[in-house]
Design a protein around this ligand. Structure first.
Ligand code: ZN
Ligand code: ZN
Length: 135
């Protein structure tokens, strides 16, 4: 039996393309603004719905943080994030050569590991400059 094919409509394709070109882990509204330059009559609701659909299919990743707007990531490869506690911005963490894999954790703890949630947080360079400068 074949898995049901995921239909990539034009809207969905443009949303995916725009999100893929953004490394900033944008909010739905930011994706909407980018998509609107190519599909002027698209609605925020449509963008929102499609982002939800794409993430439920595992095509993109949804980054939910309590107290902050949901952000989206087209990079579904395993990687870690660092989040700014002030502006909510999320960046990728370059972990060169360091892997924290569930097999190792399972071996070390005896747990059956079902998932992981590793998050780094702090103050981003922009916010540091705004708040911490000597000017
Ligand atoms: Zn910040
Ligand atoms: Zn990311």
């Amino acid at each position: 039996m074949h898995a049901s094919r995921f239909r990539l409509t034009k809207q969905r394709r443009v949303i995916l393309e725009e999100l893929s070109s953004m490394r900033s882990h944008p909010t739905a509204f930011e994706v909407y603004e980018a998509v609107r330059s190519r599909i002027p009559d698209i609605s925020l609701g449509t963008v929102y719905r499609n982002l939800g659909l794409l993430s439920s299919r595992g095509v993109i990743k949804k980054l939910e943080v309590a107290g902050h707007k949901t952000r989206f990531d087209a990079n579904t490869e395993k990687h870690y994030h660092v989040r700014c506690m002030f502006c909510g911005r999320i960046d990728d963490v370059p972990l060169k050569g360091i892997t924290i894999d569930s097999e190792t954790i399972a071996r070390e703890t005896g747990y059956k590991v079902l998932g992981e949630r590793i998050e780094f947080y702090g103050i981003c360079p922009d916010c540091l400059e705004k708040d911490g400068g000597n000017t």
